[in-house]
Design a binder for this molecule. Sequence first.
Ligand SMILES: C[S@@+](CC[C@H](N)C(=O)[O-])C[C@H]1O[C@@H](n2cnc3c(N)ncnc32)[C@H](O)[C@@H]1O
Length: 432
Amino acid sequence: MLERVLSARRGAHMADEGDEHEGDDSKTKKHLSIAIRITNYFIRTGYLCPILLIATAILLISSLFVRPRDLLCVSSISSFDRLSRNRFFGLDGLESDFGSLGVPWCRSKDGKTVDWTSKDLLQGLEEFVPIYESRPIKNNMYGMGFDHSFGLWFIARWLKPDLMIESGAFKGHSTWILRQAMPNTRIISITPRHPEKYLKKGPAYVDGNCTYFAGKDFVDFGSVDWKTVMKKHGVTDLTRVLIFFDDHQNELKRLKQALKAGFSNLVFEDNYDTGTGDHYSLRQICDQFYIQGGGHSCFEDGDEGRARTRRKKFWEKAVDTKELCGPGEVWWGVRGYMRDDFNHSNKPISYTQHFQNSRFVESILDVYWELPPVAGPSLTHQTRYDPARAPSPIVEDGRFGLFQRLGLSRLETSVFNGYTQMVYVQISPKKS
Ligand SMILES: C[S@@+](CC[C@H](N)C(=O)[O-])C[C@H]1O[C@@H](n2cnc3c(N)ncnc32)[C@H](O)[C@@H]1O
């Protein structure tokens, strides 16, 4: 029996740019604790034990000569060491308080899932790393990092669409990824500023087999006359089209527009967690009390509140109860708001509306699959997203040999910081 990737999910059992990005703090950013790096290096090289023994001996000898007051800074260093070691080994409660936070999930109509397995993802990773290393845009700050680049490449290559449409191209990194997955397939790229404009300042990618709805030809995805465009491109079967959204628009709005045009295969790059991000996402919509791990408590002294406070110390993007909840204990969306268009628009929504949105989404969903992070945080050294709110990684913590064999250890650590639960969905109209 195929080991379905879905089963790897923990929750199941337990600017142009500049200004447009002001609300989006989720993309690749360099951040690394030097102490963790050093600790991990010594662990891998096997020097940790001798070094600890020598350090302990020095401490013991010096304690005979130094007054206790002088040891204050030494004791604070050792407690930090303990903390970073615990983080490295996943002992900071990664698993233990997972249950009280959980990972919400969108239910599909008939419980269908994807065809690919964890083994397929691992094979894909091995193939993708050298491709990623040859990317033209090395610094893609505000664009996709490694995890989502891999996810998009994998999905496009697996589905082998007849046409690929992207909304939100920035300097063209995602266009390049789509091209690597499907070398001869036509692309339509919708983005306000043509990627060629970036070429003046530095690396960018402009594709030769792509129709750009950009610059003066820009039309928002929701306003394109898709019937005419599909006819022009010779597409008769819309199920053979893959749409990639990385335009920071309300995903409920995009879902309705795609459904209306008759498309069924969609990827959303930024599937933000509840309380974060600059647009209403599928992950937020499906965060409901009736879903395992969904629904939240605004009680700061409750189990969830305490778990959140603890996790906030470890993960930059984790949100504590104060950040999660607005006045009147509104926690859905972002503090009770449905954000849109890089948070240039935001509207308060009632819980009833939020609940109805999830029922609507479920009524049209055939498949919902969140890309897992490529590897655990002790391997990637990412410190931004909370692994307790993500599916289990493709390469689990502790599997450094595999991480290295796949070539992942050759990549700069900052490329692993941009994970935001990219999701692949298949939709079809509700059954009457
Ligand atoms: C996060 S960037 C895309 C990054 C790109 N996919 C990558 O991986 O490098 C978001 C892009 O969406 C564009 N954008 C803004 N509003 C848009 C809209 N209504 N439709 C399409 N793109 C839009 C922005 O100009 C920006 O280029």
